[in-house]
Design a protein around this ligand. Structure first.
Ligand code: GTP
Ligand code: MG
Length: 214
């Protein structure tokens, strides 16, 4: 970011902006923990396995702006980089994903700006995940600023695939030999059938327990 920051004013607004994104992550993180606790309280079940949050590094913000042909400026970064604040929600079953997505959409102070459902329509890489771009109001002493947060919701199995695929693919900088891409897609299919099996197994177990109770 060094050459992007030209004067003191920019430094100050860079700090202010990163403060906003960090605050937005805190807000959304707390909201999700409350949803999870409420779920545990009502249904005796935790849909969320874990929550990861991160703020994009200045280096990767600059890289993304360059990649998409934008001049490096704070204005462009706020406008065009949607994943500066990112939350990853890892849950147990595919059914939890849509339930969580709906619960997030129902929070009246969050605005859902966009949804990308890579579970219904996986990427050609094989990537599956449910992405929500939301904005959350951050209350400052003299103003309210709507701040964007990207929420990625996926199962443990989808996360396992995405993490390893990212590691493998990254090494090739996008130029992986065709057979590697193909095998990664095959792994994605294996991961999907694992998810389906676990979901139906869980349903069978719940039915079984219900019958025993009756
Ligand atoms: P990015 O420029 O990559 O952020 O893409 P985008 O602005 O079109 O958004 P999209 O919703 O497609 O992807 C956003 C994020 O999803 C990425 O930053 C990754 O974290 C994740 N992602 C998307 N595609 C893949 C993929 O093929 N493999 C892995 N491992 N992750 C992916
Ligand atoms: Mg991204």
């Amino acid at each position: 970011m060094e050459n992007a920051i030209k004067n003191y004013e920019d430094v100050d607004s860079w700090k202010t902006i990163m403060f906003l994104y960090n605050s937005a992550l805190k807000e959304v993180g707390t909201k999700l923990e409350i949803l999870n606790d409420e779920f545990q309280h009502v249904h005796k079940y935790n849909p969320i396995e874990h929550i990861k949050t991160r703020v994009k590094t200045p280096e990767s913000i600059v890289k993304k702006l360059r990649k998409n042909g934008y001049e490096i400026s704070i204005e462009n970064m706020v406008k065009h980089v949607n994943d500066i604040a990112g939350v990853r929600l890892i849950c147990s079953f595919t059914s939890d994903i849509y339930q969580l997505g709906e619960m997030i959409g129902n929070q009246s102070d969050l605005k859902v700006l966009a949804i990308k459902d890579y579970i219904k329509r996986p990427k050609t890489s094989g990537y599956k995940s449910y992405h929500m771009l939301v904005s959350v109001p951050i209350f400052l002493s003299d103003s309210v600023v709507d701040t964007k947060v990207e929420i990625q919701i996926r199962t443990i199995a989808m996360d396992f695939w995405a993490s390893l695929e990212h590691k493998i693919y990254y090494k090739f900088e996008g130029n992986a030999p065709e057979y590697i891409s193909r095998e990664l897609r095959e792994c994605a299919e294996m991961v999907s059938s694992l998810d389906e099996k676990m979901l139906s197994l869980n349903r069978a177990i719940l039915d079984c327990l219900r019958e025993q109770e009756e």
